[in-house]
Design a protein around this ligand. Structure first.
Ligand code: T3D
Length: 262
């Protein structure tokens, strides 16, 4: 598939996806949605990809749905249910099911579905100029893209409700204090810093990270007993990996491990 709205790059084991519609703050139209889904499928199906960085071009991460496409002046409005079903739901499911760590590099504002796409990633690094806005209520919509699932689990019901009701801007610092953002880098060299950080993740024991993601995903549905069973099953897989042997040998030999994600 030839991409018109995203840029992609493979750097070692890291696959970088840049939403590239800076003139509309990387808002997502249906074509961009299809391209993102295609790129995420590529990441899932390509063994050389060990981690993914999703970021935006220019001053925004992503301003959510392209509102000009959703409510065009010269045509009847698009069907919102179809947009949610065909664009956002598959992106969120693909991010959560991708068996590799996904890092959101939130370079600037992340609004509406853009904020919730970031929340669906496994780690968020942000520029010091980044912000997160549950912008939906300002245009009379409810939060979608999994926001009503992820945000209350991150910050609790009342904080989530107030962020969603008032659509206030959450700064990178506030998001870090809430445990949403892992690290903040200065905006001036954010693309390089986010790539360097994410390349570091790609060189970690990424099979173990993927199994950790699977366990955390399931923890939302399991009771303790079933979660312990799942941990046992996934640990058995990790325990047979190259990375486990390498990690233990490197520890015993007092050297840095060289993981392969296998
Ligand atoms: O169909 C459905 O709607 C269902 C799906 C819903 C999922 C959703 O994501 S709903 C939420 C959609 N997003 C928003 O409501 C956010 C809209 N944008 C904003 O509120 C503001 O742009 C920001 C707070 C994000 C940033 O504000 P600011 O002042 O820094 O920038 P700006 O001047 O508003 O935007 C710059 C340009 O980007 C501007 O175009 P112009 O005037 O330079 O030609 C603006 O129209 C454009 N832009 C920004 N966001 C969008 C957009 N164009 C289309 N869609 C957008 N979402």
């Amino acid at each position: 598939m030839e991409y018109k709205n995203i840029l992609t790059e493979m750097v070692g084991g890291l696959y970088v996806i840049v939403i590239n519609r800076p003139e509309v703050l990387n808002s997502i139209n249906s074509e961009t949605g299809r391209e993102l889904q295609h790129a995420l499928d590529y990441c899932q199906n390509t063994p050389e990809v060990r981690a993914v960085l999703l970021t935006g071009a220019g001053r925004a991460f992503c301003a959510g749905q392209d509102l000009a496409e959703a409510l065009p002046k010269d045509k009847p409005p698009a069907d919102i249910a179809t947009i949610v079903r065909e664009t956002y739901n598959p992106i969120i499911i693909k991010l959560r099911k991708l068996s590799k760590p996904v890092i959101a590099g939130v370079n600037g504002v992340a609004a509406g579905a853009g904020a919730n796409i970031a929340l669906a990633c496994d780690l968020i690094v942000a520029s010091d100029k980044a912000s997160f806005i549950q912008a939906f209520s300002k245009i009379g919509l409810i939060p979608d893209s999994g926001g009503t699932y992820t945000l209350p689990r991150l910050v609790g019901y009342h904080k989530a409700f107030s962020l969603m009701a008032f659509g206030e801007k959450l700064s990178a610092d506030d998001a870090k204090n809430l445990g949403i953002v892992y690290k903040i880098f200065p905006v001036e060299n954010f693309p390089e810093a986010a790539k360097e950080f994410s390349a570091g993740v790609a060189s970690m024991p990424t099979l173990a990270l993927s199994l950790t993601k699977e366990a955390l995903n399931e923890s939302y549905n399991n009771d303790l007993e079933n979660q312990l069973k799942l941990e046992g099953k996934l640990q058995a897989i990790a325990g047979k990996s190259y990375d486990y042997k390498e990690g233990v040998n490197a520890f015993l030999e007092k050297r840095n491990p060289e993981f392969k994600g296998e």
